[in-house]
Design a protein around this ligand. Sequence first.
Ligand code: F0G
Length: 361
Amino acid sequence: MTFQTVPTYQGVLARYAQYLDIPAHTRPVTLQEGNTPLIPMPGLAAELGGGFELFVKYEGLNPTGSFKDRGMTVAISEAYGRGAKAVICASTGNTAASAAAYASRAGLRAVVIIPQGKVAAGKLAGAVAYGAEVIQIEGSFDDALALVVQISQQQPIALVNSLNPYRLEGQKTAAFEICEALGAAPDWLCLPVGNAGNITSYWMGFRQYHDLYRLGLPRILGVQAAGSAPLVLGRPVEHPETVATAIRIGRPARGEQALEAAEQSGGRILAVSDEEILAMQRRLAAGGVWVEPASAAGLAGLAHELLAGRLSLDELRGRRIVAVCTGHGMKDPDIIAASMPAPLRLEPDVRALEQAILRGR
Ligand code: F0G
């Protein structure tokens, strides 16, 4: 028998170096992020009315459990290469965990600023485990972002929020992967929108590949939570609220670019309720894909538009739709206890167990 070795995948910086606009001083810090699966969801497509192909780009399978790792590898590699000793970010949780992991790996200090309460347990634990200095402020994500922008202008500490252009350079590689997996751009891309770095990056990535390889462009459906929907309302939201704490953001840093991406692509930005988000989280889990609430928002938006008749099954017939699921379900375990039935408790008794099973719970 011959044993074949597979060349090791080296992460998005190595894989897509030729397509990334990054300075020569960049020194790769990688956890082999990216290369995430594009999972067909035929059952869910049928439930939504059928006639189209539906895929989930499962970004929760990145090394720290969210899509942030693609951009973070590039932002940290740039900061490290130029000799930065510390990085800072504001975060609803996922950026914090990702920044912490990559900074630690490079031997840099990571300071992460999180809003009061509402940061999901799996994210905070990650940031702490990777060794970040976590500071919670009595304020919102938007307040935290304003603070870190100021500090990074006054002190030698690199900002790694998605205002940092290298975050977008890394993040856009997800669009490349989708094009490669499908052999073309999808017809629609649905994704959650918070601070709007991700939607901006996808649109950059799809346009770049289209310019090079003529793979077409998707229409983009960007989805906010109804209680945190500044881009839908057309004004900042002072006290954003939503169960999808990842996207509890009232002043998106890249809001203008998000609106442009939606408009230029022939798509739109809409809002869905917390109930719609949680219902879609359950439907995805029923298809074997457990994601955190924010990650279900993109598909909840698709379902919402179909139900409201603003998208028709006729229009979608034969089309390919990709929904980006940004973070793993394990990031936010508490939401399951809060919104789903608790396990049945039994004495360790075989009769009781038998009855429970025969009753179907
Ligand atoms: N989904 C998840 C799971 C997120 O954590 C975020 C953003 C988004 C979607 C929205 O992406 O901001 O690029 O529009 N989380 C940031 C954070 C704000 O701090 O982790 P976006």
